[in-house]
Ligand binder design. Structure first.
Ligand code: HEC
Length: 125
């Protein structure tokens, strides 16, 4: 299968030695959110609500990407069971790594989930 081309400027993407963020995005997200992240992928037309524009998450939240909310949206924790976006629970999202929180505690977080969150932060406009 040919991978769709990604149209992102990847200037500050996470380490290129670990391309899992890119594979994960292409495999799991492009169908709805589109290769440019604007929310106009091939499956988007039939969805209600429409997929979010992933380049403007920060803009919609006062300039900062709320990382916890983004990871919950992907993981499916905090979401409505009827929403069109699938729940990408912990298991398919990869091995757990420890992420340090603002208050100094750590949370076990799947590496792919973290990579996706970093990736989304890197494409904000
Ligand atoms: C079947 C279609 C579909 C797929 C596949 C999909 N999404 Fe979504 N996504 C949506 C829809 C629809 C919304 C808006 C409604 C909602 O939040 O559930 C959304 C919302 C989001 C949000 C919330 C944005 C915000 O501003 O609150 C994030 C983050 C997100 N998607 C990331 C992803 C990532 C990362 C992937 C791949 C791992 C992915 N999505 C795969 C349909 C999809």
């Amino acid at each position: 299968m040919t991978e769709p081309t990604l149209n992102f400027a990847i200037g500050c993407a996470p380490s290129s030695s670990s391309p899992s963020w890119r594979r994960a995005f292409v495999q799991d997200c492009v169908a709805c959110h589109g290769a440019d992240g604007l929310g106009t992928g091939p499956l988007a037309a039939g969805l209600d609500p429409q997929p979010a524009d992933l380049r403007r998450i920060g803009a919609r939240h006062g300039g900062n990407v709320p990382r916890d909310a983004v990871m919950s949206a992907i993981n499916g924790d905090a979401s409505d069971p009827h929403r069109p976006m699938p729940h990408f629970h912990v298991e398919p999202l990869g091995d757990l790594g420890l992420v340090e929180n603002a208050n100094g505690t750590t949370t076990p977080t799947p590496e792919r989930l973290l990579a996706l969150a970093n990736f989304l932060e890197s494409i904000q406009q």
